[in-house]
Design a binder for this molecule. Structure first.
Ligand code: AMP
Length: 403
């Protein structure tokens, strides 16, 4: 991706700056239960406030399907933001994101004020990237900043269409940080460069393996995706999750790893259970062989003790670690040890650069209270995977190029 104009390059004093943020946070009742994404956007908001811009925030929440849904209003987010900024005087909410009400709210802004507009997905034009809708959003401001990394892989009106109506569009500080770690740091990583992949679907991660095969020194595979690779090698996997459609690709990647000398390590053993439920009976399998794997009728739900020891030793030797996807069903305590031990091994390797690629792996690391021991936690699941695959992010690709 060509280098993009940054918020730091623009003169924003007194200007109406439209900032697309990722405020898609979990809400229960009217309370935000995890404010990570809001907190991550604060540096950009404080930067713009310090520079005395008039800040207009665009965001989405959930999937209202193009019409107003009371439970998906951004008002609770606004109240939370007001608390976080500790200064409720200059922060406003508008229950519309386009039209006369939004225009009046923008007109009333003074330098340094912040205005959050209502959920852009209350309009069908948002997800359709409709140009009339993006023009209506754009005419509220003079400059566009995209700081919604978590939504940058989506070509919607407030992430893509909008920038074509404005003379300048630039990256915000969060997007800049995400690009620095997920692109810059991994371009010429400190070696050994280890890629740890898990989660439920091989199909989601295959692109990442292919793209990083040339740069990584070793892949460690865990989670449900491991069973597709094990099955291809003829190891019994019982009732574990496998993706039959991906057998061909998994086989191709195993061959590619052999040919290129980049090791792709698979679990040596597993924790198996009869049902994926808290409190379910579980046990460690023997070390896998062609004859012995996950027992028929049982499901592999975590990497086993031998695998944990092997993976921890590899992690301890790595200089750069990229992790995407939990190594087991970490949401259930009995099946979370493999993921926890991997997170602890990364935390213990304090000299390494550790990049956690968003979504469930970040949730896992946080649930073990190890978030502050990692170099970087990405805020975007889908967006980070796409970037790691080397594919462009539409929400960033369309920003003004840095001259
Ligand atoms: P992903 O979104 O592909 O990163 O997948 C994350 C999900 O994978 C989490 O909800 C985990 O519970 C799930 N997962 C990890 N390992 C397994 C497994 N062995 N069997 C079933 N689900 C798994």
């Amino acid at each position: 991706m060509a280098a993009k104009l940054s918020i730091r390059h623009l003169s924003v004093r007194g200007k109406r700056v439209l900032v697309r943020v990722d405020f898609n946070v979990p809400i229960e009742g009217s309370c935000v239960t995890d404010d990570t994404r809001i907190v991550e956007s604060l540096p950009t908001l404080l930067f713009l406030r310090e520079k005395r811009a008039r800040i207009i925030l665009l965001a989405h929440l959930g999937r209202p399907g193009g019409k107003p849904v009371a439970g998906l209003s951004l008002e609770p987010v606004f109240k939370h933001l007001r608390k976080l900024l500790d200064d409720s005087r200059n922060i406003f909410f508008c229950p519309e994101c386009i039209g006369p009400l939004a225009e009046a709210a923008v007109l009333a802004l003074k330098d340094g004020d912040i205005l959050l507009l209502e959920n852009v997905r209350f309009h069908a034009g948002e997800e359709a990237n409709n140009s009339t809708f993006s023009a209506e959003l754009a005419q509220l401001g003079e400059i566009y900043i995209n700081d919604a990394f978590g939504a940058a892989h989506r070509a919607h009106a407030s992430t893509v269409g909008i920038s074509s109506h404005l003379p300048f569009s630039a990256t915000g500080l969060l997007v800049e940080k995400e690009l620095y770690y997920l692109q810059g740091q991994l371009e010429s990583p400190k070696r050994p460069f280890l890629v740890l992949l898990g989660g439920s679907k091989v199909s989601d991660k295959i692109g990442v393996i292919e793209a990083l095969m040339e740069r990584a020194d070793k892949f460690l595979i865990g989670g449900a995706m491991a069973y597709t690779f094990l099955k291809v090698q003829g190891i019994p996997v019982g009732d574990s999750l496998v993706e039959v459609d991906d057998f061909g690709l998994a086989g191709k990647l195993l061959t590619l790893s052999k040919d290129s000398g980049v090791e792709l390590l698979l679990p040596l053993d597993a924790v198996e259970t009869l049902e994926i439920q808290p409190g379910a009976v579980c046990r460690n399998t023997p070390v896998f062989s062609q004859r012995r794997g996950v027992t028929r009728g049982w499901i592999g739900v975590d990497i086993g003790v031998k695998t944990r020891a092997l993976y921890s030793a590899e992690i301890a030797r790595a200089a750069t670690i990229l992790w995407n996807g939990p190594l087991g069903v970490f949401e259930i305590r009995e099946f979370s040890s493999g993921t926890r031990i991997a997170a602890e091994a990364i935390a213990a390797n304090s000299l390494s650069v550790s990049i956690i690629g968003g979504g469930d792996s970040v949730a896992a690391v946080r649930s073990f209270d190890l978030g502050n021991k990692m170099t970087f936690l990405s805020t975007g699941g889908g967006a980070s995977l796409r970037l790691l695959e080397g594919r462009p992010l539409p929400g960033i690709d369309t920003l003004t190029e840095k001259k």
